[in-house]
Design a protein around this ligand. Structure first.
Ligand SMILES: *[C@@H]1O[C@H](CO)[C@@H](O)[C@H](O)[C@H]1NC(C)=O
Length: 422
């Protein structure tokens, strides 16, 4: 029987950023013993998630999760971060769950434990040999979180530590709406100011009642441009899913915005139905109508003319995206830009077996989940194979940060460097 030992289990760092790797180490076990390393997380909505893997301790009685092979569990092989990305709802959970951090002012808490033997279930009834509580943060120390209501916006600004002024990213999620702060918080943890806006589900705000989505985004842009701690000439846009239609639209047609760089995850250049400057056809809907409108304001036959773009554009595509035709959209955009002579601005990252929801690294992969676009609640298929999807999240995030940094900090000419030419 194994005993409790001081320093039997360690996780380093036990407090870190969400996209940071940790090393899980088991020491002082009898050599050659079967051990199960397990992780447990209760998400902000109160649902329980776990992951586990089977190891055999080496001749010194150690298991190093970063270098040793898992023989089975929710992942196998050498997977330093498998205890996070293979997290899944515990047996008996309701279907369609997804982890999304609601409150970025507190960390994601993960309990890492080690159990005797190769266990597959019943963890809640077992006493672990040792446990460590791990904190995973979206907000690094010193990052400031500033709720923004100016101009009727429903938004949050994250500022990196220091006086600035900082280049900024305007962050747009997809058709689910809501103010999802976690990605913007993580960007600020990496030195970029980030403003995340809820541009779809805001309601009953007098200033925005009559605005179109596009005027609303321009209001957000102007807020950033005028902010004393923001470099107004260095503003990039980041979009995911429906957010990419909107960001492409803005970068291509807005007369107000000068976008420095544009980063699109699961891109679509379907043109959101919109008025050109100066007109207001009936398709230009006030914001408040959108959530109740069952179809998104997209005309799939009309495309944003990406030939007009004058800033570097990076597309991140999951080749197993079951939700949108991101791959087709990306290759069509490439052709359009080649025809227009601005394809030197384009970088495409394409990942086999990755799905639609390409999130920051180690975010647990869900192939399908409950989703409420336009107030309609149903199960959506996103796609992706867990291992490949997790690799794509890790790889793309590094390149997204590099792309944003190079274009926002680098050069004297804003928007001079697509990733392909670095
Ligand atoms: C654990 O394994 C990783 C990857 O091989 C290595 O970098 C690290 O030094 C190891 N840690 C210890 C304490 O052995």
């Amino acid at each position: 029987v194994l005993g409790f030992w001081p320093h039997f289990l360690s996780v380093n760092p036990s407090r870190g950023l969400m996209d940071e790797q940790f090393v899980v180490l088991v020491q002082n076990a009898p050599p050659g013993s079967e051990l199960t390393v397990h992780s447990f997380h209760q998400c902000d909505e109160g649902h329980s998630w776990n992951a586990f893997a089977h190891y055999i301790s080496d001749a010194a009685g150690s298991v190093n999760v970063s270098g040793d092979c898992s023989l089975g569990g929710t992942y196998s092989g050498i997977e330093p971060m498998g205890l996070l990305w293979s997290l899944r709802p515990v047996p008996g959970s309701k279907p369609g769950l997804r982890i999304r951090k609601k409150n970025v002012q507190v960390p994601m808490l993960v309990t890492v434990s080690v159990y005797e033997g190769h266990r597959k279930d019943g963890f809640s009834d077992l006493v672990p040999l040792a446990s460590v509580l791990v904190e995973r943060w979206y907000m690094a120390p010193g990052v400031r979180r500033i709720p923004v209501t100016e101009g009727g916006l429903t938004a949050t600004l994250f500022l990196p530590p220091g006086p600035g002024p900082f280049p900024a990213v305007l962050d747009l999620w997809g058709s689910g709406g809501q103010l999802m702060e976690y990605r913007a918080a993580l960007l600020a943890s990496h030195g970029l100011a980030a403003l995340v806006v809820d541009y779809l589900t805001t309601k009953n705000i007098k200033e925005t009642e009559k605005m179109t989505i596009f005027q609303y985004i321009e209001t957000a842009y102007k807020y950033l441009e005028e902010h004393l701690q923001i470099l107004g000439s260095r503003i990039a846009m980041l979009g995911l899913s429906f957010g990419t239609s909107v960001t492409l639209r803005m970068a291509a047609y807005s007369k107000i915005m000068k976008v420095t760089a544009e980063e699109n995850i699961c891109p679509s250049h379907d043109d959101p139905r919109v008025a050109e400057e100066g007109e207001r056809p009936e398709s230009s809907k006030p914001l408040e109508i959108l959530p109740r409108d069952l179809s998104l304001p997209i005309d799939p036959l009309k495309k944003v003319d990406v030939g007009r773009l004058q800033c570097p554009l990076m597309l991140v595509v999951g080749e197993d995206d079951q939700n949108s035709a991101a791959q087709e959209s990306a290759s069509d955009m490439k052709e359009m830009m080649e025809r227009a002579g601005n394809s030197h601005l384009l970088t495409i990252l394409s990942y086999p077996d990755a799905g639609h929801l390409i999130e920051p690294p180690y975010t647990p992969h869900v192939r399908a989940s409950n989703f409420k676009p336009a107030g309609l609640k149903q199960m959506f298929l996103w796609g992706g194979q867990t291992v490949a999807h997790s690799r794509a999240q890790e790889d793309s995030w590094k390149k997204i940060l590099l792309f944003l940094r190079v274009n926002l900090f680098g050069g004297t000419r804003p928007g001079a460097a697509p990733l392909s030419r670095l």
